[in-house]
Ligand binder design. Structure first.
Ligand SMILES: Cc1cc2nc3c(=O)[nH]c(=O)nc-3n(C[C@H](O)[C@H](O)[C@H](O)COP(=O)(O)OP(=O)(O)OC[C@H]3O[C@@H](n4cnc5c(N)ncnc54)[C@H](O)[C@@H]3O)c2cc1C
Length: 445
């Protein structure tokens, strides 16, 4: 453990802040967590709405390190694949992996946060709710949380995409902060349980209604509801949030484009009116740390668009990496620098893959060429186990660095595109050529 750093102050008690508090407290660090919001264990979470997240192997592995996996998984709902609802034709399940050992999990954000906060506290972390960071004096090493002044050794910024700590660091270091906003936003809606209390549609899947430049998705909750998220452009073409503003507009859009979803959503009109349009962006920084005094993790360092379901998973990997670097280095400055060097290329890689996945989800999952490539991907996985691993599997079922997954995915995509060009089925694939390309371009993982 770092000799000049027995104590750390975490700003933000959300997903990353709470998990990091556990990992550090378990290793004997003295930890204070300051969270702007009230204690969700007393007041409920985010206005009581069910908001869920896809948890994959990277996040699950981090939860195992914190001994939080059992409690979290008790409430998780398995998602085997994408259940695609085309406008015309049959809906169907496209598996993510080979079998039920390769799945992702839908978990409730509020419940997850509460589990992590409880465990952090049980290990001795001190949690201070209703204490938002307002300013930092890096010379005096004091941080102000509302009325309260707090002396710190170092600050960890787990305060999300709009990080106040990042803003406080900016005058002291060349962050070169830029956010590329997507010109698409999102709105959360809900499918309640059926009259008999059961799920209204297949529970063990992530449902997608792909419609070209916009889409709906739905993830199951353990209380048998689904959180539905509508993604579409903010303005311009129809439909967009600019021209679908009222409950009447929303009902007309769903009747036209999501006709099988509309009858599942009796509260559509009220939800559409009540829930805000969220913005989506990718945050890039040149630096994540200010010598040994402050470091950023999770969304505060590298917010991304949500289309790979990896923002939290990546933030949890950050927590494990930072705790490990703190164990391996004597000085905090060295630990923070090593953490940044390790994680920055990987964060950049998943940010890029998340942007690319939006196109795949909204536009390609019902495209014949894409489905043929997917079929070939699975065939090549069988022919070259451990060497040709599908893109989704590398990101979601493995823990190889995201940057490696990105590079291999690009190589593999070229092979898939070349091998299926002009073909309608795998019958005509030139297997000798494809096998040779795989062997030449890809080392075993
Ligand atoms: C629509 C949508 C869907 C998503 N789906 C997925 C998914 O399926 N899977 C996935 O892995 N990721 C998903 N994500 C991404 C995921 O939500 C984030 O990556 C994750 O929440 C990041 O965790 P964090 O702890 O870094 O930040 P946050 O979860 O934002 O936590 C930040 C915390 O800091 C607190 N805070 C803020 N300012 C201050 C301050 N000044 N002082 C003190 N405390 C402060 C906040 O109240 C909050 O508790 C999704 C994101 C969106 C927008």
């Amino acid at each position: 453990m770092g000799t000049d750093g027995q104590h750390l102050t975490i700003v933000g008690g959300g997903l990353a802040g709470a998990l990091l508090a556990i990992l550090l407290a378990q290793r004997g660090w003295s930890v204070d967590v300051f969270e702007r919001r009230g204690d969700p264990r007393l007041h409920g979470y985010a206005g009581g709405r069910s908001i869920n997240l896809a948890l994959a192997e990277r996040g699950l592995h981090a939860l195992r390190q914190a001994n939080a996996d059992r409690e979290v998984m008790a409430q998780a709902v398995m998602m085997r694949g994408r259940y695609v609802h085309p406008l015309q034709g049959e809906s169907s399940l496209q598996r993510y992996g080979r079998d039920d050992s390769e799945v992702i999990w839908s978990i409730n954000r509020g419940d997850l946060n509460i589990v992590l906060l409880d465990i952090a506290e049980s290990h001795g972390a001190r949690l201070h709710f209703d204490h938002g960071l307002s300013s930092v004096d890096f010379e005096a090493r004091t941080a102000t949380f509302g009325e309260r002044s707090h002396a710190f050794t170092a600050l960890v910024g787990a305060d999300g995409a709009g990080s106040t700590l990042r803003r406080q660091m900016a005058p002291h270091i060349a962050l070169n902060e830029r956010t590329e906003w997507l010109d698409h936003g999102y709105k959360e809606l809900e499918i309640p349980p059926a009259a008999n209390g059961d799920f209204r549609i297949e529970p063990n899947a992530l449902h997608i209604w792909p419609r070209g430049h916009y889409m709906c998705i739905a993830l199951p909750n353990d209380e048998r509801t689904f959180t539905v998220t509508l993604f579409m452009p903010n303005a311009g073409v129809y439909p967009s949030f600019e021209n679908v503003q009222t409950a009447d507009d929303a009902e007309a859009l769903f009747a036209r484009d999501f006709p099988d979803a509309l009858p599942l959503m009796p509260e559509l009109r009220a939800d559409y009116d009540a829930n805000p349009v969220g913005m989506l962006g990718t945050l890039y920084l040149d630096s994540w740390h200010l010598d040994g005094r402050a470091v950023l993790i999770g969304d505060a360092a590298h917010a991304m668009v949500p289309f790979h379901g990896q923002g939290m998973n990546c933030a949890f990997e950050d927590c494990v990496a930072l705790a490990d670097q703190l164990a391996d280095h004597v000085s905090l400055a060295d630990a923070f620098a090593a953490f940044e060097a390790q994680r920055k290329p990987d964060a950049a890689a998943i940010q890029q893959m998340a942007l690319e996945n939006y196109i795949e989800m909204r536009d390609m999952v019902d495209d014949a060429g894409f489905l043929l490539q997917r079929e070939l991907e699975l065939a090549l996985q069988d022919r070259h186990p451990g060497r040709f691993v599908p893109h989704y599997s590398m990101v979601s079922f493995m823990r190889i660095p995201y940057s490696v997954a990105l590079h291999r995915s690009e190589v593999q995509r070229d092979i898939l595109v070349d091998a299926t060009r002009g073909l309608e089925s795998l019958d005509a694939v030139d297997w000798d050529t494809v096998d040779a390309a795989v062997l030449a371009a890809l080392e075993p993982i």
